[in-house]
Design a protein around this ligand. Sequence first.
Ligand code: SF4
Length: 248
Amino acid sequence: MKRLIWSYGGGIQTIAILTLVAEGKLPTPELAIFADTGRERSSTWEYLEEVAGPLMERLGIRFEVASHDLATVDLYAHNGDLLMPAYTTDGKLPTFCSQEWKRQVCLRRLRQLGYGPKKPVVTWYGMSLDEIHRMSDSRLQWHSHHYPLILDVPLRRIECETQIERFGLPLPRKSACWMCPHMNDAEWQEVRAHPTDWAKAVALDEEIRANDEHGGVWLHKSRVPLAQAEFADKEELPLFECADSCWT
Ligand code: SF4
């Protein structure tokens, strides 16, 4: 029988799942695993420490951080390509970081913990009903994917917010890296309101341009240095938990 694992993303859908477990509407997973990219927004850690962590403890869910040390690459691939979906003069780079910093890192950590062909798992992912197109099969026999917010308790993202509020928890902020180019202006404004995260994002934006040999790369869609970017006052938060096509 496959063991039940939960990929903890840290955003709205993740916390909706947690409240559904607490209400007995979903079974209790034996382990929640969170990929630490080393660049996760501070608000995600704060919510984990103050709200989600204590509830997981009360429910008996073991929480594991998959460290960024388990990634084999950081900002750049072995061939020198930038792995983040940064803006270029005429487009945007692929989101390889999500695979390298999240998916692969979690799988390596699960193997370290003894899961594998002799101890197979089914892993929950937090995509909600409005993200049905993001469902995928695993290529590994010992590791299958499951989507409780699509298959077991179908909820749209907005309904996940209602579920969290009805349960009585505060809504978490968007979960993503503090420099994620997939962020919209509302999210960039949240990062800017956190001086430590903002300073690191501004420095990284400069760093990737200093290392670039292809005409320029930028974190913000306006293709100006992040420190000079102007953020629109009103922009809807996106529908998806981990921006655009990030893995969790
Ligand atoms: S949040 Fe953004 S930068 Fe971080 S891993 Fe996902 S896509 Fe990459």
